[in-house]
Ligand binder design. Structure first.
Ligand code: PHB
Length: 403
């Protein structure tokens, strides 16, 4: 991260924070050091900007549930201070993102933003958060730019870059001798960049992408695409759809009679959180992702059991990313004992954190994106089971981030 950027990102917010802290001390007339005076008076304010309606509702809910679980496990406190959550529905609609982000920053005066899910929302949000210096943790949206050209000291991601989950799948198909592939995806940033990650390994290794079919987000009319795929008869199709759209695509795929004819693969979002809803149509599908349901480590066992007990359903990768957002923020706020105005020290603590995640331990790259394992998984009995590690400790190339 460039020094110049760091100062730019921090200046305004730090100044505001210091004014706030000073006023707090005066009002309390307290003899305690500043940070304790703040702690006694105010809660840490965290705004979530996540989809609570639309095709990505499941994802937003899963993230929020797990984020709240992490905070509850922290005793409902960060750095000794209580927590206030303000939940805002992004609707996964990019045109609404700037207004909602501004509202959280300027009206609600949140200390942290946690969000979003959708890459288009992330682009608008990250530009503002970068300018304002507001601490931001992205628990899903993979827009390559936010840990690329838009990288900033105050912006962190606990999920993936869109490039990452696609990249290992290109390698898997090549190893199996599959040479001719069709790409089919929602035609916005996430789908295009996911396809880009795939091509960076697949095409570079000698594979052919015969055709790319983009379906406008969030449309779920897949018939024309499926008819075209059936006539092309590729070795495999790499598809990016998620949430409600992934359920429909996989069911339509099977209904069109393609299931036993052409291999359908994708980044893990194709089956994540929705494998049960896809039923028989989803059985056997293989995907690559930084998580699998049955990962055998203590953090995953504890997290999945706690999630099930609290919410009565199975956890998924979106939840893991939300849980880790809670862990990352805790690492930062605890390090400054609740004095969030000490942003430089808080950022340093977050940058140095080793997150004991259900996906396995991970650290951040210098661009603030997780360096993590990617697993080849397969749906068995409605669960995304790990087959093997497809790529170990994969870092996003972070093109354009002057780290
Ligand atoms: C994104 O828009 O970045 C996105 C949305 C849903 C996913 C993955 C990425 O499952």
């Amino acid at each position: 991260m460039g020094k110049k950027d760091q100062n730019k990102g921090l200046s305004r917010r730090s100044a505001l924070g210091l004014i706030g802290a000073g006023a707090g001390v005066m009002a309390a007339g307290s003899a305690f050091p500043t940070k304790f005076a703040i702690g006694a008076q105010s809660k840490i304010k965290i705004g979530t900007l996540l989809p609570y309606s639309g095709t990505y509702t499941w994802l937003g809910q899963s993230i929020t549930n797990s984020f709240e679980l992490a905070l509850a496990q922290a005793g409902g406190k960060l750095g000794g201070r209580g927590i206030e959550l303000i939940k805002v529905d992004s609707e996964a609609k990019p045109p609404k993102a700037a207004e909602l982000t501004n509202k959280l920053i300027n009206q609600e005066k949140v200390d942290f933003i946690v969000g979003p899910v959708h890459s288009g929302v992330a682009m608008a949000m990250a530009k503002i958060a970068r300018e304002e210096g507001t601490m931001t943790v992205i628990p899903n949206a993979g827009a390559n730019q936010v840990t690329g050209p838009l990288c900033s000291p105050n912006i962190f991601r606990t999920s993936f870059s869109n490039w990452q989950p696609g990249h290992p799948m290109g390698k898997v198909l090549l190893e199996e001798g599959k040479k001719n592939v069709v790409l089919c995806y929602w035609g916005y940033g996430a789908g295009k960049q996911s396809a880009g990650g795939f091509k960076d390994s697949f095409v570079a290794g000698g594979g052919n992408v015969i055709k790319e079919i983009a379906v406008p987000f969030p449309k779920v009319e897949f018939q024309a695409a499926l008819t075209e795929i059936a006539s092309i008869k590729p070795d495999a199709v790499y598809a990016f759809f998620a949430g409600g759209g992934a359920v429909k695509f996989v069911k339509d795929w099977a209904a069109a009679g393609l299931k036993d004819k052409i291999e359908l693969v994708g980044p893990g979002f194709l089956t994540e959180g929705v494998a049960k809803a896809q039923g028989a149509a989803g059985e056997g599908l293989r995907t690559t992702l930084h998580y699998a349901d049955g990962l055998d480590n203590p953090a995953n066992r504890a997290y999945r059991a706690a999630y099930k007990k609290t919410y009565g359903k199975e956890a998924d990768v979106y939840g893991v990313q939300g849980f880790d957002a809670g862990q990352l923020i805790k690492a930062g706020v605890d390090a400054v004992q609740g004095d969030v105005a000490a942003q430089k020290a808080m950022v340093a603590a977050m940058e140095g954190a080793v997150i004991d995640s259900p996906r396995g331990q991970w650290v951040l790259s210098s661009a603030h994106n997780p360096v993590q394992n990617f697993y080849l998984r397969q749906v068995r009995n409605g669960r995304n089971e790990m087959v093997r590690v497809a790529m170990e400790n994969l870092a996003d190339p972070a093109k354009g981030c002057s780290a």
